[in-house]
Design a protein around this ligand. Structure first.
Ligand SMILES: [Zn+2]
Length: 337
């Protein structure tokens, strides 16, 4: 997939060969950063790239890449590592349920070692061998150390593409071994046009929910909107029962819950101090009514609690308690009676 806002960068740096061996792409999350790295990867694997430097889309290499079976390509992505066994984790830290759960949101050292073995082989197709790591900041510290060893002496023909929205969370040693390229983000009109073309009904509100990142807006999904609808009466104090609100949150909705609470709190503060709404633009009336009734110190404390909750959202010990604790805390902010 190509994005208009990447065109100028592609044309100046990727259209012709001569890439550095290790590239760190930094980008605002959800602006097509993964698609851009894939575009670079497949352009190096393709047998007959176009004059624009893009993959042809029809050769064997392109078809294998699209099917996820190209022999000279590896993708390290925690989403793809659901079945990591605890043995590798046990090596690095005390074992336990939490570590097993954490394995699903981190790139493990075993995956990096497997990629290292893959890079020692001769390229099946005689061109590049490409390793794409996304999101790179989810590498376990041992995984990052293993990667560093490879980056220090990269095998000939290897291309490393690291992608992250949080470069500060990568070790400085890794960053110093890569050429960093910041991917541009879309203008508001580019993002809206892309979403409109993708068939999203309310592009403006969807974009607002995620701070203007179009790919993130497109991936919100029906469940996000259902959780939002279920929560808004509680958040605005119209339906004050936190237990009722919690009953509408499923175990897999926690990321949506934390995102909604964070953006709602941001809007409450912004409404109170600047009279403006950033995320929930369709609820400005309710925000204006609720904001003056909530103490700003208490709201700031709750926002800090949410920051902590966001770190646990992928592996809470008890999803139900996790949701109830947040919603009960929010209910304490609302005026009584
Ligand atoms: Zn091709």
């Amino acid at each position: 997939m190509k994005f208009e806002w990447h065109s100028a960068l592609w044309n100046t740096r990727f259209r012709t060969g001569g890439l550095p061996q290790s590239i760190l792409f930094t980008a605002m999350r959800g602006t097509g950063e993964s698609a851009f790295a894939e575009r670079v990867a497949v352009s190096r694997l393709c047998a007959q790239p176009t004059t624009n430097g893009d993959a042809c889309g029809v050769c064997d290499d392109c078809r294998w890449f699209a099917a996820g079976t190209h022999p000279d390509f590896r993708r390290l992505d925690p989403e793809c590592a659901q079945d990591v066994q605890s043995s590798s984790i046990d090596e690095e830290s005390a074992s336990g349920e939490r570590d097993k759960k954490r394995a699903r949101i981190q790139i493990s050292v075993d995956e990096v070692r497997e990629a290292a073995d893959f890079l020692r082989l001769v390229a099946h197709r005689g061109r590049a061998r490409v390793v794409l790591i996304h999101p790179a900041h989810t590498m376990h510290i041992a995984a990052a150390n293993a990667l560093l060893k490879i980056l220090e002496e990269p095998p000939p023909g290897a291309l490393f593409l690291l992608v992250t929205s949080q470069p500060a969370r990568l070790p400085a040693t890794i960053r110093s071994r890569c050429i960093t390229i910041a991917l541009p983000k879309p203008t508001a009109s580019q993002a809206a046009a892309w979403l409109h073309a993708a068939g999203l009904p309310d592009t403006e509100l969807a974009l607002a929910q995620v701070g203007g990142a179009p790919a993130a807006a497109a991936s919100l999904g029906e469940r996000y909107w259902a959780v939002r609808e279920g929560l808004l009466p509680f958040l605005s104090g119209r339906d004050p029962s936190w237990l009722d609100a919690a009953a509408r949150i499923g175990d897999t909705d926690l990321a949506h819950l934390v995102h909604l609470l964070q953006t709602w709190c941001w809007d409450l503060m912004s409404t109170r101090f600047h009279g403006s709404v950033r995320y929930h633009q369709d609820r400005s009336v309710e925000l204006a009514r609720t904001a003056p009734t909530i103490g700003s110190t208490e709201l700031a404390d709750f926002a800090r609690k949410l920051t902590g909750a966001k770190r646990l959202v992928g592996h809470p010990l008890n999803p139900k308690l996790f949701a109830e604790d947040l919603l009960m805390s929010y209910s304490h902010l609302l005026p009584k009676g």
